[in-house]
Design a protein around this ligand. Structure first.
Ligand SMILES: Cc1cc2nc3c(=O)[nH]c(=O)nc-3n(C[C@H](O)[C@H](O)[C@H](O)COP(=O)(O)OP(=O)(O)OC[C@H]3O[C@@H](n4cnc5c(N)ncnc54)[C@H](O)[C@@H]3O)c2cc1C
Length: 512
């Protein structure tokens, strides 16, 4: 047991994604020359890989580049349910939009699911794809009305689903909605197949290649850090999770970022199948998978805004308690966490960056449902690029605006301003000399507040905690040993290196 974190021995000391551990992915070189292609796809998660694959099938010369390794963003750390059952989304959409929009969202997500299923069947992709019923449930009396309202929305929209009073698993639910014909898989094994096909179709893939900005013209020039190398392209597709190229359309006031947590647990009891999601105050997500020939349960939940939590380990502990009490826990081989992005109205932004930039497209804001939304993003962007109409274009158009979203934009902008100001005055109570090995904190150093981390060997790393994206103050994330920005979700390693954008420059290192 770790005294410092009070971590029970069952929890692994370091986070590690099960998908990334069990899947061997190909590696690609860094881009060290200028390129000329038809389409540049920036960011190799599920949205980027799917888009690049579909464009390469259309005969486009494609370059897919990633700042780190392919599929090492949120896609590598997902729980990988492939489902159109997204919490209480349909009743919320019916309150805010015309029914056609809510129905369009459902159909688009089912298109994403059906595309994956068809690909797996047609190409016999070995990715543990399994059809499952999805269950949405509550254990709280005070949430039952919300769940009933969601079921009414299914009926109004013609979404297949049934009401139940109990669950097949040992959780005492007060009400349940089932949605048949959903699925789960290992997303990296599936996407590895698409990556191989991109190469077969003549596409280029580069890793460790950060795109910092773009010059809009004919062609568009996407350039790497300090403008060292350029990709000249007719179409640029930004699938970097948080758009790296923010300025033209102000996405930083229209997106919010939340972290959530997952454990892979070897249960003591056998699992009855199905995929589960609660709408309780403490949300829980459950699905099964196989690890080393044994059944494991992936138990997830515990969302919170990125950079806004005192002790991130508590979230793992809460999931461990839930898994142990519900299924019994023999072993926990993996723990990991990741973050996802939500738009103002919870419908992703997929389409042209803005009317001023018709040959640049984005796909972001999947609201923790990127397996279907991200796959559909590939289909919709393909149609945008080849100028083919798609019935869902308006639903996902990033340029949509209504009174509600305008108000929210102002609120988000004000929150950011608050983070920028209050973050600067927050406490730095810890002394450098008190830092134990493998501990990080804000400290005072030469009269200034700085971020400090002492590694397990005792080496000290000091950084300026001001986020290099837009100047907000990052916070220490104890469970992942990173500096996380509460404004737009940029994350930095303890030595200041960028872990995830939108920031492209590291935190400034400070001499001891
Ligand atoms: C814990 C958790 C569980 C989830 N579970 C589910 C689930 O069960 N079902 C579901 O449907 N969805 C789920 N989601 C959501 C889903 O995983 C995400 O929506 C999806 O993976 C996002 O994919 P993406 O392609 O947009 O981004 P990413 O996978 O993050 O890919 C973006 C890529 O862009 C690269 N990049 C960033 N900036 C640059 C730059 N400047 N230049 C070059 N490259 C750059 C990054 O390195 C990264 O590889 C979950 C999310 C979380 C956090």
């Amino acid at each position: 047991m770790s005294e410092k974190f009070n971590v029970p021995s069952e929890l692994p000391r370091y986070p590690r994604s099960m998908w990334r551990t069990v899947t061997t992915l190909p590696t690609f070189p860094e881009m060290r020359e200028d390129l000329k292609v038809d389409a540049a796809v920036i960011g190799a998660g599920i949205a980027g890989v799917t888009t690049a694959y579909l464009l390469s099938l259309e005969g486009y010369k494609v370059a897919l580049v990633d700042a780190g390794q392919i599929l090492d963003g949120t896609t590598g750390y997902t729980t990988a349910k492939i489902s159109a059952q997204h919490g209480l989304i349909y009743s919320e959409f019916l309150t805010n939009f015309r029914p056609e929009i809510a129905r369009s969202y459902y159909e688009a997500n089912m298109e994403g699911l059906n595309f994956i299923r068809d690909m797996v069947q047609k190409h016999n992709i070995d990715c543990d794809f399994q059809e499952e019923t999805a269950y949405l449930y509550t254990t709280q009396d005070d949430k039952l009305d919300d769940l009933r309202k969601e079921f009414e929305a299914y009926q109004e929209l013609g979404i297949p689903g049934e009401w139940h009073d109990s669950l097949p698993i040992p959780v005492q639910a007060k009400g349940v909605i089932s949605m048949p014909g959903q699925a789960q898989f290992n997303p990296l094994k599936y996407l590895k197949f698409l990556v191989e096909k991109i190469i077969e179709n003549g596409g280029l893939i580069y890793e460790n290649t950060t795109i910092e900005g773009a010059v809009y013209g004919k062609p568009i020039e996407a350039y790497t850090i300090d403008g060292e190398f350029r990709i000249y392209c007719n179409e640029m597709i930004v699938t970097t999770h948080y758009p790296f190229w923010n300025v033209p359309a102000g996405y930083f006031t229209r997106l919010s970022v939340e972290r959530s947590y997952a454990l892979a647990v070897k249960p003591e009891t056998s699992f009855q199948g199905g995929m589960y999601l609660s709408i309780d105050d403490s949300k829980r997500s459950i699905r099964s998978a196989t690890f080393e020939g044994e059944e494991v349960l992936i138990v997830g939940g515990e969302n919170h805004p990125t950079g806004k939590d005192e002790n991130t380990f508590d979230h793992y502990l809460a999931l461990e308690k839930f898994a142990g009490e519900t299924f019994g826990s023999r072993e926990i081989p993996f723990r990991w966490s990741a973050q996802d992005i939500t738009t103002l109205d919870k419908i992703p932004y997929i389409g042209p960056l803005s009317s001023d930039y018709p040959f640049t497209f984005i796909a972001t804001g999947f609201n923790k449902w990127g397996m279907t939304n991200g796959t559909f993003a590939g289909l919709l962007i393909r149609d945008n690029v080849i100028r083919r109409s798609n019935p869902h274009m308006n639903t996902f158009n990033p340029g949509r605006f209504n009174d509600k979203s305008l108000g929210q934009t102002l609120v988000t902008g004000m929150k950011m301003a608050k983070e920028m100001i209050t973050g600067k005055f927050g406490g730095a109570d810890e002394k450098i000399s008190n830092l134990e090995p493998d501990q990080g904190a804000l400290v005072r150093h030469n009269g200034k507040k700085v971020g400090a981390y002492r590694d397990p060997k005792g080496e000290l790393f000091l950084v300026d905690t001001t986020c290099t994206h837009m100047g907000c103050e990052t916070a220490w994330n104890e469970a992942e040993r990173s500096w996380d920005c509460p404004c737009h979700g940029s994350r930095f390693a303890y030595n200041g290196d960028v872990i995830e954008g939108p920031a492209t420059d590291p935190l400034e290192r400070i001499e001891e």
